[in-house]
Design a protein around this ligand. Structure first.
Ligand code: HEM
Length: 623
């Protein structure tokens, strides 16, 4: 059989939008393996082979099933699930991602940058209130990392198991609870001394605990209903989810204790005993384990990184778990007992944590040549380098604090204090920034830059490479790490550390606006696809027609409707002018204009969808 001009080759390299445009019946096959609302009406701009590996399905099997569906479209359409169009579960990630961007640009990084400027101008980390710092830390963990993790999990985890999200309405409730929690806490904690603000912060904590509990229940139910067995990367995800819940309860307890009416000495005792373990649970337990679990499953297909062996994946998890629990528990025991010998098992835990996380992530082969040009790849690879930096800083902390600092002839005022007490806040904060911004945030930036265009049907390869935000965040992070440590030696380093926050926030803002616009474009495309009619009529407005069918724009321009070239006029004036009015204004025959418009929109003068293309089934080759 000769393939006609309309027939397309279906193989691993065929793009999903090409298949779905020509063979609507193929949708139910893709939906079965987790496509659903992903990528808008014609699916994401990715190849069948890529879809197969990202969604964990054998490419040969997928091609055979596509072949069958196309050969028997009637059967296939009968079997099509109800969610071929956009439903809440498919778009819920958008509100989580957008809220995450709002948080980081307000109560999160932007607030952190202001605090840093105050620290720099006073040349002392102790010059800002601990409650202000903790409000920032909370917004970042719950509102930046938490909201992104939740949005991503609701979108991706059901698809990885080829199933639907259980109870999207409850998932939606978790969104409102989390957003309320994050903002109410951001206001309540710094202002806790005023009447009712402490209570507001506590209610915010309860809302977050409820949201996280529900989030975990929704995911577990979804996993269970999929009927698929758990895999090794799932163990990371389950561990991360447990830490997410535990840290939320711990965090509320600490908030209540630190905002109680008490002496400064008592506040210091509580913070110096319980705050560092909370950060361990949040950063190593929740955020890092979640990223590692998702990475083990998705980075090889998404970024062409090597897949770590099964044993390494299993053993690393066991060691990391022991490391996180050990570093948190032995620290509390050491502080409470006052016996410094507990520092030995605590340090061993840190060594385990660092060793296992570095060993696992090294296996991704970060320096190997990427298999395809991808703007997110640089974010992911650099993020892992920051993880290694932060882990090395963690294990070298005793050397720095016990050997280097006391051995230096010249120290700044704060450096002297650090050497006297044997603990450098500057060094510890720098190591934490390397992991929170360098590792966790770069991962979020990179993954979102990959999945958001894909989910909205836009090919990421045609978008900006995001070098500017990448450079700004990395330069800012490097400046912060280097100059924050530098403050132990020279007071002048405070100024450079202070500026670093502005670079980071600017980079994140550029990235956030870029992503936001893509999400809005996708939303518009879906709404447009939902409402557009089967036929253009004389009463339809010309601005609306161009939005429904961009292919009509050249025709209308050639007929003299030149104001349509201006997007603002398309959205305003042209929204009230009907085809009938426009035709009479230009002295055109309205029937003739309508048939040309329908031809441009549908390939048919009467507005019916185009006839099925001449399909030559033997073209389904597996090459
Ligand atoms: C991107 C720009 C950011 C800036 C300018 C910034 C700034 C700051 C500053 C000035 C402090 C207090 C000083 C210190 O402890 O070093 C701090 C603490 C903290 N930051 Fe950030 N931060 C940023 C991003 C993040 C991110 C992305 C996270 C989490 C993912 C985060 C989590 C925290 C936490 C948890 C603390 C409290 C640490 C403690 O327990 O003392 N920050 N940040």
């Amino acid at each position: 059989m000769n393939p006609s001009a309309n027939s397309i080759q279906i193989n691993r390299d065929t793009m999903l939008p090409d298949v779905l445009r020509h063979f609507p019946a193929a949708r139910q096959v893709f939906d079965r393996y987790g496509l659903r609302g992903c990528g808008g009406p014609y699916g994401p701009a990715e190849s069948i082979g890529y879809f197969a590996s990202a969604h964990g399905v054998d490419a040969e099997r997928l091609l055979v099933e596509l072949n069958q569906a196309i050969a028997n479209p009637a059967n296939a359409e009968q079997m099509a699930p109800a969610h071929a169009t956009e439903v809440l579960a498919d778009s819920i990630y958008r509100r989580f991602f957008k809220a995450g961007v709002v948080v980081i640009l307000t109560a999160g990084a932007a607030w952190g940058a202001l605090l840093l400027l105050r620290i720099a101008s006073n040349q002392a980390f102790t010059s800002v209130s601990i409650h202000d710092i903790n409000a920032h830390g909370h917004a970042q963990i719950f509102g930046w990392v938490g909201l992104f993790v939740m949005g991503f999990a609701y979108q991706a985890f059901p698809r990885m198991r080829h199933t639907n999200l259980w109870r999207p309405d409850l998932a939606n409730l978790t969104f409102y609870l989390m957003v309320f929690g994050v903002f109410a806490r951001a206001i309540g904690e710094p202002l806790f001394e005023r009447p009712m603000f402490r209570e507001l912060a506590a209610i915010a904590g309860l809302a977050e605990i409820t949201a996280i509990g529900l989030f975990i229940a929704i995911l577990l139910r979804t996993f269970h209903l999929s009927g698929k067995p758990y895999q090794r990367h799932d163990a990371y995800i389950l561990a991360a989810l447990s830490f997410f819940f535990v840290q939320a309860v711990y965090d509320l307890g600490l908030l209540w204790a630190t905002t109680a009416d008490q002496s400064k000495a008592e506040l210091l005792r509580i913070i110096s005993t319980y705050q560092a373990p909370l950060r361990d649970l949040q950063i190593h337990g929740f955020a890092m384990l979640m990223i590692l679990g998702v990475g083990v499953r998705m980075f090889p297909p998404l970024f062409g990184l090597a897949a770590p062996g099964r044993k390494l994946v299993r053993n690393s998890l066991i060691v990391i778990l022991a490391g996180v629990v050990g570093e948190a528990a032995f620290f509390v025991i050491m502080r409470r007992s006052g016996d410094h010998r507990w520092a030995i098992p605590m340090y061993i835990s840190m060594l385990l944590l660092a060793g296992a996380s570095i060993a696992l992530t090294l296996r991704w082969g970060l320096f190997a040549r990427p298999t395809e040009r991808d703007r997110s790849s640089k974010f992911v690879r650099t993020a892992v380098a920051w993880l290694h930096t932060s882990m090395l800083m963690l294990v070298l902390a005793p050397v720095y604090m016990r050997v280097i600092l006391p051995g230096m002839a010249e120290l700044s005022i704060s450096g002297h204090e650090s050497a006297t007490i044997g603990f450098s806040h500057a060094y510890y904060g720098a190591a934490r920034h390397a992991i929170t911004v360098g590792f966790i945030s770069l991962m979020i930036l990179g993954m979102a830059a990959k999945v958001v265009p894909t989910l909205n049907g836009i090919d990421p390869r045609r978008l900006s490479s995001l070098w500017l935000p990448f450079a700004l965040v990395n330069i800012g992070c490097a400046m912060r790490v280097v100059f924050q440590i530098g403050t132990d030696f020279r007071d002048g380093a405070f100024a450079f550390a202070g500026v670093s926050g502005l670079l980071e926030v600017t980079g994140i803002a550029i990235w956030g606006v870029h992503l936001w616009r893509i999400m809005n474009q996708g939303l518009l495309a879906e709404k447009t696809a939902e409402v557009r009619p089967n036929r253009i009529t004389a009463d339809d407005k010309i601005g609306q027609i161009v939005e429904w069918f961009p292919s009509t724009l050249p025709l209308l321009l050639s007929k003299g409707f030149t104001p349509l070239a201006n997007p603002v006029l398309r959205k305003t004036m042209a929204r009230v002018v009907s085809v009938r009015a426009a035709a009479s204004h230009q002295n055109l025959d309205v029937e003739q204009l309508l048939s040309e418009l329908n031809m441009a929109a549908y390939g048919d003068a009467h507005g019916r969808p185009p006839a099925r293309p001449n399909v030559s089934l033997p073209v389904l080759n597996h090459g």
